[in-house]
Design a protein around this ligand. Sequence first.
Ligand SMILES: [Zn+2]
Length: 266
Amino acid sequence: MTIERNIARMTWPEVRDLDKTEAALVLPLGSLEQHGPHLTVDTDLYFSDRFLDLALERLPDAVKVYRLPILPISKSNEHAGFPGSFWLSAATLTAVVQDIAASALASGFRRLVLWNCHGGNRALLEVLARDVRAKTGLMVFQLFPSAIARDPLEVTEAEAAFGIHAGDWETSVMLALSPDRVRQDRVEAAFPDFTARHLSLEFKGATVAWLTRDFQPTGTWGDATVATAERGRVRVEAVLQRLADVLPEVAAFEFPDLRPSPGAGS
Ligand SMILES: [Zn+2]
């Protein structure tokens, strides 16, 4: 019997009595958005929830990492126009995460981890995490699968450059974790039809603010036809290993005590 790590299944005195000195509270963020014709719209939220639970199972009981329920809808308006995509605006998501952070602080937590499985949230979360740190003193972390764990498998040049959504990685991982969510008869390879004049934009340093429908009418960016459950299992393992390494470090993290004194005479 391992320890309970889900805040939702505790009573308030149990949450109060957790030793939070070296502890982290994880807010998993998913998104509800189109994932091509072959993956269900809950792909990112399912990954966020499931990866987190699988990683938490691996932690020794002495490591105090707890989780909140998934925040299932986030900043995914790049998929606007594809039915089944639901999003919060940047302002709303910022306010929601700030309020959850304030609640975490009020519950006595000192560290908040944003375990985010939707790429479209990353830039916003980085900005708001720093604001939360400045306003509340909470230590705030953002973890994203491909940022913490490099893809251990070989992929084609096109996949490496443009395979960002519903391609080999996500389809393989879903085949490994929840094959019922994959419509095998609809898998496809679809890459943006960049002409030469586009090639230095977005993926080569200069950026253009795109919406998926600007480039990809079916919603897929990548090659899902090469996806297999076996490729997925290797990738799941890579993420879980890294997550299980990183979470204990986060739970024990402290900044050095270097804060300047606010004024003379202290
Ligand atoms: Zn996704």
